[in-house]
Design a protein around this ligand. Structure first.
Ligand SMILES: [Zn+2]
Length: 203
C-alpha cells in the first residue's frame, strides 16, 4: 500500500524549517518563507547550471592550474599534468586523490545529474527508488568536491617550505572552483520529488 502524499493530504512542506503547512497558504506560518509545491523552475535551472559547469570544465582542464619555478626551470601544469607528474615521482597516493577529486567526482556528477534530468524530463516511471538514491549520493559527494582545492593548497605549502622552488596558482584552478560551485548549485536546484510525480495516482 502506498502512503498518502502531501498533495493528497493538502499539505506543503516548508523548504526552510520543514513545517508541514496548509497547501493553500502562501507563506510558512512559522518562518514566513515563500511556499512552493516544487522547487521553482527546477529542471531548467539545473540544466542551465550543469551545462555552464560542463563548459567551464574544459578550460579547468586545458588551462594550467599552477606555475612552478625551481632551479630546473619554470613550468605551467594542468590538473592532469600534475597527476602524471606526481604519479611518476612515486607519490601515487596524492596523484590518485587529485585524479578522483578533479576527474572522478565531477564526471560522475555530470553523468548522474544528466541522467536524472533526462529521465525526469521524459516523465520516466522506471526505477524511481534507485534514482532517488542516486540523488542522495549526488548530494553526498558534493561535500568531497572541494578536496582538489585543498590538495592544491597542500602542494603550495609543500613547495613553499622547500627552499628551492616556488609555486603560484594559475587561472585553471579558478575555473575548477567555479565548476565545483556550479555543480553544487545544479544539484541543489534539482527537486528529487519530481522523480515521484509520474506516480499513476497523481494523474
Ligand atoms: Zn518555515
Amino acid at each position: 500500500m502506498t502512503p498518502p502524499t502531501a498533495d493528497e493530504l493538502g499539505l506543503r512542506l516548508c523548504h526552510h524549517c520543514r513545517l508541514a503547512c496548509d497547501a493553500t497558504a502562501q507563506h510558512c506560518p512559522r518562518c514566513n518563507t515563500w511556499l512552493h509545491r516544487r522547487k521553482h523552475n527546477s529542471i531548467a535551472r539545473a540544466w542551465a547550471l550543469m551545462m555552464t559547469a560542463l563548459i567551464l570544465y574544459i578550460p579547468a582542464n586545458v588551462l594550467p592550474i599552477m606555475h612552478t619555478s625551481s632551479f630546473t626551470g619554470d613550468s605551467d601544469t594542468t590538473i592532469l599534468g600534475s597527476v602524471v607528474t606526481l604519479w611518476l615521482d612515486g607519490a601515487w597516493d596524492i596523484a590518485l586523490i587529485i585524479f578522483i577529486a578533479s576527474v572522478g567526482v565531477p564526471v560522475t556528477k555530470f553523468l548522474v545529474l544528466g541522467l536524472l534530468l533526462l529521465t525526469v524530463g521524459r516523465g520516466s516511471e522506471r526505477s524511481r527508488r534507485d534514482r532517488t538514491r542516486l540523488y542522495r549520493g549526488l548530494e553526498l559527494i558534493g561535500y568531497w568536491s572541494m578536496l582538489d582545492v585543498f590538495v592544491a593548497g597542500l602542494l603550495v605549502a609543500l613547495v613553499q617550505f622547500g627552499a628551492l622552488g616556488s609555486i603560484e596558482p594559475r587561472i585553471g584552478i579558478l575555473y575548477f572552483g567555479l565548476v565545483v560551485v556550479l555543480t553544487m548549485l545544479a544539484t541543489m536546484s534539482f527537486d528529487p520529488r519530481l522523480i515521484w510525480d509520474t506516480e499513476p495516482h497523481h494523474e
